[in-house]
Write a protein of this length. Structure first.
Lengths: 310, 66
């Protein structure tokens, strides 16, 4: 099976899920391709409403690729279960002997609004995809700016939240000079753009360093929380050939005992943000700190009750 | 909308395309203008080609999306 056939399989899987009424949306690399920013990715990243995890698991167990049934990928994958997906965990799937890989999660990392509220079906909205791309990986950042430019040019001013290319920002401003107060509040450095201030370039650099530092710490918090579960799954599944539903039941049992559903608390997040500010600022002029955004709104979906200071 | 249709987003081509060209190169900028399934076909070709030449483009499971 070549990669194009695998992509067709992913698209068909999502189509069948949506026909069954399962709310889900393709995101990340495949969504970027859909939004005319071609990215080579062999993985399908899928947002699935946690309330529908059970139905989606049933669909997966009925969806082989050729003769290969779907199975969890490795011991490290948390179960596809709303309790853990509401806390930001990701379940990994594969079809052994093929190059088909699927990652399913319920909360879009760093998204400011629920992805279910605004989709360009079968894809997550570019505003959500751009928030998700704020990772610690170098390669993701040009995609964020591309999506931001696309949004602004399409008349969606939220694109201004996502552009990290100073030159593109100045060009766009000529045709799109009106930026609302709420957008300016969400991204303080836009004041530098509007004022034609040269501090824009270093402020953009600092904002990116800050996001990278936050994202790195977020992943670390999950990975640290995963270890006892990984050991338990490895022990419980040793030497067994399990079907997807059997493996799922085993993982749920292990997770109930060993995996925190919500590894990111408001305290952990506050510490992460403080450390990330410090890390980013060690490379930059301290007076630039005032242009950093409040990132709490990017975590309110993940941590119920979290309040922004602003 | 069907899975094989491009989402309907309007754009002014020049700035967006210029950004793609500068960040990703002429080839990706060109491919990005193809119809959606052609874009997927091109991406698939890149991956198949890389695989054929020993490129290991594997993402280890981590239990969390980056």
């Amino acid at each position: 099976m070549n990669q194009f056939e695998i992509i067709e399989f992913y698209l068909d899987l999502v189509r069948r899920a949506q026909e069954r009424g399962i709310r889900c949306a393709i995101t990340s690399g495949m969504a970027c391709v859909a939004y005319e920013v071609a990215e080579a990715t062999k993985y399908c990243d899928l947002l699935c409403d946690p309330e529908m995890d059970e139905q989606f698991l049933t669909l997966l167990s009925e969806s082989p690729v050729g003769d290969a049934p779907c199975q969890y990928r490795g011991n490290i994958s948390p179960p596809l279960d709303a309790r853990w997906h509401r806390g930001g965990w990701t379940s990994h799937f594969e079809w052994p002997g093929t190059e088909a890989y699927l990652d399913v999660f319920g909360i879009a990392p760093r998204a400011r609004s629920p992805w279910q509220e605004e989709m360009l079906s079968p894809y997550a909205h570019p505003h959500v995809v751009a928030d998700m791309k704020r990772t610690a990986r170098e390669k993701d950042w040009p995609f964020i700016s591309a999506l931001g430019v696309k949004l602004v040019q399409g008349g969606d001013e939220r694109g201004w939240l996502h552009i990290y290319d100073e030159e593109r920002m100045r060009e766009l401003l000529c045709n799109h000079p009106d930026i609302s107060a709420s957008i300016k509040k969400a991204r303080p450095l836009l004041a530098l753009l509007l004022a034609g201030d040269d501090a824009l370039a270093p402020a953009l650099r600092l904002e990116r360093l800050f996001w990278e530092a936050v994202s790195k710490r977020r992943v670390r918090a999950y990975e640290n929380s995963l270890r006892p579960y990984l050991v338990a799954v490895r022990k419980a599944s040793a030497g067994k050939q399990l079907s997807l539903p059997e493996d799922h039941a085993l993982r749920v049992a292990c997770a109930e005992e060993h995996l925190s559903p919500h590894p990111l608390s408001s305290d952990v997040l506050a510490r992460m943000i403080a450390e990330a500010r410090q890390e980013a600022l060690q490379w930059m002029r301290p007076e630039l700190e005032r242009w950093l955004p409040d990132v709490i709104p990017n975590f309110t979906l993940l941590i119920p009750g979290l309040q922004s200071e602003a | 909308m069907n899975a094989d249709e491009a989402p309907p987003l309007e754009k002014e081509p020049s700035i967006f395309e210029e950004h793609l060209r500068r960040q990703f190169g002429d080839e990706i900028a060109r491919v990005s203008k193809l119809p959606l399934m052609e874009r997927y076909r091109y991406v698939a070709w890149m991956i198949d080609n890389g695989r054929k030449h020993g490129v290991k483009n594997t993402r280890e499971p981590r239990g969390v999306t980056l």
